[in-house]
Design a protein around this ligand. Structure first.
Ligand SMILES: [Zn+2]
Length: 208
């Protein structure tokens, strides 16, 4: 598994990302637009500007992560009193109420996993930029897990949505999603795009 086989790029082959046909382009020029001979999709040996694009998205996600955690994610109005909760104050509230499994789920889904994803992508980018040859198969696996986890990060938005729906049933309290929820959704979406724009094949490239 860890033995390094030659990459398609080294064999002057290009894989089509739409139909997965492996073809040998007539001339491999970085600037020339090569099209898939079977389905006509544009072919790239590596995603164009993968590293720069991923860095931009990751930095944006780190910045958005701050208001997502500082701003209130829910606004509960009950009998004329309004209570604003951030993700962490919500977690602390659930711990004090004895609902620690719910607190744990929210903490892992909303605080821990989004930050871990960003840290993993940052590590993968730095290791690729430094031309690291260390444990390539494991780093590829790490990327695959990071990309797969994306769909679960929206869990918190579901929790807010369910809370809003549940509380709306009672006449005495209202609950609204706060501005923090918007930033939180932005973090999740930006991180998903960052994971998509990173080209894991870069892990296997030899430094020139
Ligand atoms: Zn194709």
């Amino acid at each position: 598994m860890s033995e390094r086989l030659p990459t398609a790029k080294e064999l002057s082959l290009i894989a089509c990302r739409s139909c997965h046909l492996l073809s040998r382009p007539p001339s491999v020029e970085e600037s020339a637009q090569i099209l898939c001979p079977r389905c006509g999709a544009p072919l790239h040996q590596r995603k164009p500007n993968s590293i720069a694009r991923t860095w931009a998205l990751i930095l944006a996600a780190y910045i958005l992560y701050i208001p997502a955690n500082v701003l209130p994610i829910t606004k509960v109005t009950s009998l004329g009193k309004t209570q604003l909760d951030t993700i962490m104050s919500g977690v602390i509230y659930f711990v004090h109420s004895g609902m620690w499994p719910l607190a744990l789920v929210i903490f892992i889904a909303s605080v821990f996993v989004p930050l871990l994803k960003l840290l993993i992508l940052t590590y993968l980018l730095i290791s690729v930029q430094r031309g690291s040859t260390w444990r390539r198969a494991d780093r590829t696996r790490l990327y695959r897990i990071t990309e797969a986890v994306g769909r679960w990060s929206m869990l918190d938005i579901y929790v807010v949505t369910i809370l809003v729906a549940l509380v709306a049933l009672g006449a005495f309290a209202t609950i609204e999603a706060g501005l923090g929820a918007v930033f939180f959704a932005a973090v999740v979406v930006t991180t998903m795009f960052a994971a998509m724009s990173f080209d894991p094949r870069l892990i296997w490239d030899e430094r020139k």
